[in-house]
Design a protein around this ligand. Sequence first.
Ligand code: F6P
Length: 545
Amino acid sequence: MSISSSQPWLALAQLAKAHKNDHMRDWFNNEPRRAEQFTQSACGINIDFSKNTITHDIFEQLLALADTANVTQARTDMFAGKPINYTENRAVLHTALRNFGDEPINVNGENILPAVQATRAKIKAFTESLHNGTHTGYTGKTITDVVSIGIGGSFLGPKIMTEALLPYHENKLNIHFVANVDGCHIQDVLAKRDPETTLVLMSSKSFGTQETKQNTLTAKAWFLGTGAPLDAIATHFAAISSNVPAAVEFGMNPELVFPMDDWVGGRYSLWSAIGMPIALAIGYDHFEALLKGAYAMDQHFQSAPAEQNLPIILGMLGVWYRNFQDAQSHVLLPYYHYLRGFPAYVQQLDMESNGKRNVTDGSAVDYATGPVIFGSEGTNGQHSFHQLIHQGDTIIPADFIMPLSVPNQDNTHHAMLASNCFGQTQALMQGKTFAECRAELPDSLNESEKDTLAAHKVMPGNKPSNTITFAQLDPFTLGALVALYEHKVFVQGVVWGVNSFDQWGVELGKVLGNQVLDAIHTGDMHASMDSSTQALINQFRESLQ
Ligand code: F6P
């Protein structure tokens, strides 16, 4: 039976109709304790979700829907290492990477925690050897720069978390991230590096991703082209991969190949050795604090009752908007410059996980699934796309995310930032009525002009948002925040019945891209190529002559 025929789903559809013309402004006026009743916190993260178009009945039914969808059982299965990624027959155990408990976690009858701990020890030792200068370049010079090459989950997590934790950087190494196969980037980065003091870190779970392989080959050619001997590759190149033999074949020193397992999905991999650049930037102890924050959120997710459970609350609010309010997208608005990359991080996490349309037996869903995720740092967005969120003819639920204090600053800027953040949530919720807008217009306008201008100025309000705050963005809190979103996406995937852990949708483009590359080099078109694609290839080939 489809989840859309379940009792709570039908009840929610009825409630959506019944409250169609309600306005949150009235709810706030009539319920003095609304903010308090719709606020929860855990692991240092506070979520005020009172500015959502939900009543207590709606909230109850959303939790009932999570229950009907068996979120609890799915959660138990994930943490226990059952092969819930059933299209790839894999367990989903990124949570094991940040598990600091003693209970064994078995995959194929073997406890994986000792290997997890061994990899952590290897990350620690390598980080320290670079920080204290015992791992030197081939001429004996200290390594000063790390070029980190990877894409997707092997890039976004390390880069964005490294950026977010800038106040915690140990400033022992300069880390440069390269993802795109666009040669401009790798050339720019390498042009400014000294090969004798540079380490290249290749991050690729598969070791087969075109962009990462090519960028690493380009870095290798650059390195050898500067006169470095071939055997120096062993000290200047390291890799993180589940395909260790391929990395060794590339010329890497097996000691500098950090393993990862197939039960870690790419977009969930920052907790594995893929997170090495973060450790190199902030030091191993801070990296461990990041893992511990995520572990704390894992424990909260597993044990808190649904009505207090932050990932379940965020997940089910998303379901409310996507399935009962026709929202197409969801915006993330970090009011903290260092967290500016977070929308792009959650974009991959959410859209690659729940951008699916088939349930377990392969049949297609009869309801909406993953939304479009976008966003940028506040206040910049206020002077750009917030216009559409305020007055556009669509609902865009928003998450405002802000630390209450920031390091190394007096309060001048931060108070302004906070006032903008909170003011936006108020404006979105309250709006401004026609009468309020009209009353402010100058008497120099005639009645008809007033009516017209007031209509343009009306802010409908009733636009939903969560306000997510924490004392400050330290490594522990960031770990908890990322895990919060991971589990939110998980909850939604369970309700929608999709497999949140595969990504078949990205495969066809890779195959066709390779066929196009062959055609660009040889001029031989593949039989499947349409006239448009052929014309584009010919145009490109002509430009090369
Ligand atoms: O193309 C999608 C994807 O597989 C992502 O899921 C992954 O994070 C990224 O490519 C990089 O993959 P890899 O780590 O194997 O190079």
